[in-house]
Design a protein around this ligand. Structure first.
Ligand SMILES: C[S@@+](CC[C@H](N)C(=O)[O-])C[C@H]1O[C@@H](n2cnc3c(N)ncnc32)[C@H](O)[C@@H]1O
Length: 211
């Protein structure tokens, strides 16, 4: 990870959504963000390329990132704090549990999942993010008209995800946003997209809308 000036933890705190010791129960988004603007969630934000770009481009939308690795949560919080992005909150949690325990039904405008870990070994498959329960949780969390957006470089896993989503009758396929050809290094969706597109790997993309 590139070395950057690290702000003190106190400066990151306004951007951290701590749920470790929180009793399960739906979060109140206006209380979390201090306003009632629409909320989008990115699951597994890694180094935060999408979150930072989207939050800066769309200040009237609130963005919650959920990341299982604390190192990434703090790394991205540092970047968010340096830019004073008031519309971003970052949680460190297993998103499967976070959705189950803290996301209110019909409260989310969009869910973005970019390059979820494929967990290749059969004995590790249970760690995959997408399960029937997670697909159901996404469906439940989205408001009517809300979108689920998934991108992966692993065709087999993407096909499994498509099947899990197809089992959710309230989600129907939606058109994908047009993909511009990147002109420079920051024109990619995420770090993993940049890496894999530069390697020439095919990328699978899907979008679904909640009826
Ligand atoms: C392959 S990386 C992709 C990172 C980023 N989305 C990108 O495209 O550059 C997958 C990310 O998902 C995170 N992750 C894996 N399982 C997760 C889970 N259950 N809940 C939240 N984050 C998870 C990993 O820590 C990692 O940062």
């Amino acid at each position: 990870m590139r070395r950057a000036v690290r702000l003190p933890l106190q400066a990151l705190e306004p951007y951290l959504l701590e749920v470790k010791d929180r009793v399960p129960g739906p979060l109140d988004w206006p209380a979390v963000f201090g306003n009632d603007r629409p909320v989008e969630i990115e699951v597994g934000f890694g180094k935060g390329m999408f979150l930072l770009a989207a939050a800066q481009e769309r200040p009237a939308t609130n963005f919650l990132g959920i990341e299982i690795e604390r190192t990434f949560q703090l790394y991205v919080a540092n970047r968010v704090a340096k830019r004073s992005l008031a519309n971003v909150r970052l949680a460190c949690a297993d998103a499967r549990l976070f959705f189950r325990d803290y996301v209110a039904d019909g409260s989310v405008e969009a869910i973005h999942v970019f390059f979820p870990d494929p967990w290749w070994k059969t004995r590790h498959r249970k760690r995959r993010l997408f399960t029937p329960e997670f697909a159901a949780a996404c469906t439940r969390a989205l408001r009517a008209g809300g979108k689920l957006h998934v991108v992966s470089d692993v065709a087999d896993y993407f096909a499994d995800i498509e099947q899990l989503i197809a089992a959710q009758p309230a989600l129907r396929p939606a058109p994908l946003a047009t993909q511009e050809e990147p002109r420079h290094d920051m024109d990619y969706l995420t770090n993993f997209e940049r890496k894999y597109r530069k390697e020439g790997r095919p990328i699978c993309r899907g979008a679904w809308v909640r009826e």
